[in-house]
Ligand binder design. Structure first.
Ligand SMILES: Nc1nc2c(ncn2[C@@H]2O[C@H](COP(=O)(O)OP(=O)(O)OP(=O)(O)O)[C@@H](O)[C@H]2O)c(=O)[nH]1
Length: 302
C-alpha cells in the first residue's frame, strides 16, 4: 500500500496557523483538490486538528489545518487553542496565514509571537489577494517588512481563485526534508468519513443559524449503515439549552429540514452515493464546559 520512495523524495508536515477566518480550511481544500475541511464566514469554524494529505510525484505534504488561535472563553476554546499551538511544535514548516484584505492586526501578532517562541521554521502566507484593491501595495509592504524582520519568506495567494497556489506548493516542497511516504498515496485525509460527515452537518448549522447557536452545537454521528443502494446515517445535534433546540428545529421543523437536506447533498458528494440522513436534537446542558462531555464529543487535548 505504501510505496518505497525514490532517493530524492521529500515529505513532511506543514501546519496552517492563523487567527480565525483567514482561510486556513479553504486553503487546505484548494491544495488537496477536495472538500475535506468545512468552511464558513463565521469565525472559529474549525474545532479539531485535521490533516490533509497532498501526494505529488516527488513529494508528500501533510497539511495540518488548525483551529483559529483566539482568546478562549471556555474549556472548549482552551482545548482548541492549546491543540493549535501544540501543532506548531511538531511540524517541519509553519505557514502563518493572514488575510491580505486587512493590515496585520493584534490577533495576527499574537499568533506570530507564538510561532516565534516555538522557534519553528515558518513562512508568511498572505491569503485573499483577490480582495486587494488600491491600498493593496501598502498592505503587502507592511507584511513584507514584518516577515523580513524575522527572516521569513512571504507568499501571496488566493485560496478561492487559486492564484499563487502553484508557487506556494513549490515553496513547501523546497522546505521539506527528504523522507518517506507517511500515508498511502491515494489517501487525502487522516480523518474517517464519519468525522467529515459530522463536520458537514456542523457546516450547515454555521451557515444557517446565528449568534451563539452555531458555537453551542456539537454533532455526533450515532450510526452509519451502508446498504447496497443507500447509506443510512443517524446523527444528533447536542445543544446547551432548550431555546437553542427550538431554533435548530425551527417553525414546523423547517430549520432542521434545511440543515438535513443541505448536509445530505454534501455527504452524497463525499461518499459518491445516496444518503438517507436522520438528525435528532438533544439538550445537554453546559457540554462546552464539561471535560467529560467534551471528550465524549471528540474534543480531547491532542
Ligand atoms: N475573498 C476571499 N475569501 C476567502 C479566501 N479564502 C477564504 N475565504 C473566505 O474566508 C472565510 C473563512 O474561511 P475559512 O477557510 O473557514 O477560514 P479559517 O481560517 O479556516 O477559519 P477558522 O476555522 O475560524 O479558523 C470563508 O467565507 C471563505 O470563503 C480567499 O482567498 N479570498
Amino acid at each position: 500500500m505504501i510505496p518505497e520512495p525514490s532517493t530524492d523524495f521529500k515529505s513532511g508536515f506543514v501546519a496552517l496557523v492563523g487567527r480565525p477566518n483567514v482561510g486556513k480550511s479553504t486553503l487546505l481544500n484548494a491544495l488537496i483538490g477536495q472538500k475535506i475541511a468545512i468552511t464558513s464566514p463565521v469565525a472559529q469554524t474549525t474545532r479539531n486538528r485535521l490533516r490533509g494529505i497532498l501526494t505529488l510525484p516527488h513529494a508528500q505534504i501533510v497539511l495540518v489545518d488548525t483551529p483559529g488561535i483566539h482568546k478562549p472563553h471556555h474549556l472548549l476554546g482552551q482545548t482548541i487553542v492549546r491543540n493549535a499551538i501544540g501543532a506548531i511544535s511538531s511540524v517541519d514548516l509553519t505557514i502563518l496565514m493572514v488575510d491580505g484584505g486587512d493590515r496585520m492586526g493584534s490577533g495576527d501578532r499574537f499568533v506570530a509571537e507564538t510561532i516565534l517562541q516555538s522557534k519553528a521554521p515558518a513562512i508568511l502566507g498572505v491569503n485573499k489577494i483577490d480582495k486587494l484593491t488600491d491600498g493593496g501595495a501598502e498592505i503587502i509592504a507592511s507584511y513584507e517588512s514584518f516577515a523580513a524582520e524575522h527572516g521569513w519568506q512571504v507568499v501571496q495567494f488566493s485560496a478561492t481563485t487559486g492564484a499563487g497556489l502553484a508557487e506556494l506548493q513549490t515553496i513547501m516542497c523546497d522546505r521539506l526534508p527528504l523522507g518517506p511516504y507517511y500515508y498511502p498515496p491515494d489517501l487525502v485525509t487522516d480523518q474517517p468519513e464519519r468525522f467529515i460527515m459530522g463536520e458537514l452537518i456542523r457546516e450547515q448549522v454555521l451557515l444557517l443559524t446565528r449568534e451563539e447557536v452555531p458555537h453551542s452545537v456539537a454533532i455526533s454521528i450515532d450510526q452509519v449503515d451502508e446498504q447496497p443502494k443507500i447509506t443510512r446515517v443517524m446523527a444528533t445535534l447536542h445543544v446547551e439549552r432548550d431555546s437553542q433546540k427550538g431554533i435548530l428545529i425551527g417553525k414546523k421543523g423547517q430549520m432542521l429540514k434545511e440543515i438535513g437536506t443541505k448536509a445530505r447533498e454534501q455527504m452524497q458528494k463525499l461518499i459518491m452515493g445516496a444518503v438517507h440522513l436522520e438528525i435528532f436534537v438533544k439538550v445537554q446542558p453546559k457540554w462546552r464546559s464539561s471535560r467529560f462531555q467534551l471528550a465524549d464529543l471528540g474534543y480531547r487535548p491532542e
